[in-house]
Design a protein around this ligand. Structure first.
Ligand code: ATP
Ligand code: MG
Length: 333
């Protein structure tokens, strides 16, 4: 069976972008023909900034709660945190030696997150895509659902797998397919239509958090940046209107409708009418998730038990693949 792997960093609270671009897709996939493995990539989370240990622990548990509250079922999917399965970092070391410096330095996430003073960025931030390639390849995953922003990293993962196979003359690592689908593969900041909505953005007004209450959601949407024109009735009318496009995409993804269908309904409306409709839909879809997250967070021990059980299941797949990799490379065991 085809196997899916994907992950999210516990680098802050979950955003609407994470939900629509990743988690909602993950949940749909677990009921299709895939074996599904979903990870809380805690080792990735410390590449850009270090956290207070208690904060990182809380974010990891909250992300786990977010997955489950959104419909991810630990009985159907393997759900675990990366640091409990050491095979990820063990394979990542091999991949660090396969990947070339130039490949890493070309990554837009590296350029965005390292900032101007790259000399002061962590080595882990530069190596991030090699660890991500290992996350995927240590399960021989065939499909990886992600948001648009991760496309480049997935191409790099394929390059690393291809080079490994070529250098050792094997056909060992599969060529993985990115799965980037839906109306909201790149949800933009509510304050800046040219910037991705991110959980690590310093401005809380730029994003909707899954834990925001109805008032906060309504207020952020009301204040979201837009242009002064009414909504178009056809998709072409969104050209050159990134903020309008973003809000329509969000609506379409939340409603499970196409952008065309949404515009047939709301085309011609000014934002002053569309925004309250969007807020209402967002609250309707997100409130049950945040309520359930809050309930799950009352039972951290249960969350930890789910993660440790998931880690054991993950390890049974990863360990033999790492062992074969070591044999291919020539490590004595
Ligand atoms: P950070 O700012 O710390 O990088 P993030 O919000 O970008 O956090 P990640 O953990 O890096 O979240 O990404 C998790 C998943 O969510 C990835 O599949 C990514 O493509 C997806 N994703 C992140 N932001 C968005 C967005 N704005 N729209 C759609 N998908 C997104
Ligand atoms: Mg990110």
């Amino acid at each position: 069976t085809p196997r899916i792997f994907s992950g999210i960093q516990p680098s802050g609270g979950l955003t609407l972008g994470n939900y629509l671009g990743a988690i909602k897709r993950f949940v749909e996939k677990q009921d299709e023909e895939f074996e599904t493995i979903y990870c809380i990539v805690d080792l990735h989370a410390i590449t850009a900034t270090l956290f207070e240990p208690d904060v990182l622990r809380r974010q990891t548990r909250e992300l786990t709660a977010g997955y489950i509250a959104s419909g991810l079922d630990p009985a159907k999917s393997i759900l675990f945190n990366q640091s409990q399965v050491a095979e990820h970092t063990q394979l990542a070391w091999i991949f660090n030696c396969i990947a070339r410096m130039g490949w890493m330095q070309r990554m837009t996430q590296w350029k965005d997150k390292a900032g101007k003073n790259t000399q002061n960025a962590s080595l882990g931030l530069l190596a991030y895509p090699a660890l991500m390639a290992a996350d995927i390849m240590v399960y021989h995953a065939t499909h990886v659902p992600v948001g648009e922003d991760q496309k480049q990293h997935l191409e790099l993962a394929r390059d690393i797998a291809t080079k490994f196979n070529h250098d050792y003359g094997v056909e060992f690592f599969p060529i993985t397919e990115p799965v980037i689908e839906g109306a909201a593969t790149r949800v933009m900041s509510l304050r800046d239509g040219s910037k991705k909505m991110s959980k690590s953005d310093p401005s809380d007004a730029s994003r909707i958090n899954l834990t925001d209450d109805a008032d906060a959601i309504a207020q952020k949407i009301r204040k979201a940046k837009t242009d002064p024109d009414a909504l178009p009735s056809e998709a072409e009318g969104l050209e050159g209107r990134p903020e309008a496009r973003n809000l329509v995409n969000i609506y379409a993804a939340l409603a499970d409708q196409s952008v065309e269908a949404v515009l047939r309904d709301v085309g011609g409306k000014p934002f002053s009418e569309f925004k309250p409709i969007l807020s209402e839909l967002a609250v309707e879809k997100l409130a049950p998730i945040s309520t359930e997250m809050a309930r799950l967070m009352q039972q951290p021990d249960e969350i930890d038990a789910i993660l440790s059980k998931g880690s054991e299941r993950a390890r049974t797949i990863a360990a033999p693949i790492l062992k074969q990799t070591y044999e291919i490379v020539g490590m004595v065991s």
